[in-house]
Design a protein. Sequence first.
Length: 254
Amino acid sequence: MLCQGAAPGEPLGEIVPSEAILDHIAAAGRGLAAVHDSPVSVERIRSADNVLAWISLMAKGLMPIVPDAGRRLDDLVHRLRQVRDRTRRGEVCLVHGDFSVNQFLAGPSGVTMLDFDDAGMGDPHTDIGTFLARLDGRLQNQDPDLRQRAADAFRSSYAAARGLVLEEDRILWSETVAFIRMALSGLGQLKPDWPARLHGYLDRADGLLDGIGGSRTRSPAAATTRMACWAVSSDPGPVGTGAAWQRRGAIAVD
């Protein structure tokens, strides 16, 4: 079940990056921890196999158009499959499925999590990796220190809220997949800068994948192709940015 209701605030992803966003980023980490600790179980399964099959399909489709990108994608899928067994074991829980700064409204009393229409059962590290990749993309032109502090604020608040130590290889695997998805996101829009953006994001994916298991060995292809429904905010309240921000599945986070 998805519940709709108006939520106050402005999109966190559209706020000008500054020191002020660090508290909101930390709140997002606590909110995600609450989702992952939820006892709710749903029928949809968010499978790593399905994600890799989709990337393989995209790689095949790109071969006639952008051959080097298609080969890089194919190589990344091969490498992701090679390390999947040691990064995919462990906890399965309710996951958001599309977790990023764009899924929050920031208001005076905190942040509100949005859009649970992609929720399912899966590895919680997929949400963590997706958030970190998209956060890095959002802050790519900002001070590197602010980028690192924002990522640290999210990671530390999530880990503290759940009382656990994050499994770095599982995060790297999921963050790699997130950068690949970001690389492919502009294909349908055919934006002028899409080829450069695609290779830039694939570079990031290569680098992250190299770090799994402490290995820093690049693949040959990469080296030669370098161009919720469990708790819903029911108070409609004032909508900070207009009725357009009446979004699906809003959860208020302290």
